[in-house]
Design a protein around this ligand. Sequence first.
Ligand code: PNS
Length: 163
Amino acid sequence: MTENKIAVVPGSFDPITYGHLDIIERACKIFDKVYVSVLRNSSKKGLFSPEERIELISGVTKHLDNVEVVQFDGLLIDFCQQVEADAIIRGLRAVSDFEYEMQLTSMNRKLDSQIETMYIMTNNNYSFISSSIVKEVAKYGGKIEDIVPPLIEDALKEKFKVQ
Ligand code: PNS
């Protein structure tokens, strides 16, 4: 009997972009079960509530059978232990991501050396996207249709009361 391999894709997802979705879809091809875990990043102020983020992520990952979207208020490593994850999956867009990601990985490894962190390179088309940039463009009514799914575009327009 082969053991099911479990991954956690963590993030603040405020909101989820095509860049995030690309990473989640790739993780789904490699792992049997993928938890998309909405966590708190203490250095970021949120636009969407955790509940709204969960709803939006669930909406755009409907086509992925092995995904479960969960909110967790605590340490990522505690969540990973709770769901018996084998790996944490993060996306890498550019060299500028590296330093922060190295810190995150080293700390998580110190907390639990059994859980491996793995990186997936984001599709080049999405390497410039971040939730912060998406929010800024959306706020001023800029075009975001190529960088977030329609559901997210509508939610941003609603938040910012723009068309
Ligand atoms: O999408 P983000 O904001 O880059 O994701 C960062 C996130 C949410 C994964 C990170 O801040 C996190 O793991 N938060 C939960 C609390 C935690 O475990 N912090 C210590 C990690 S060293």
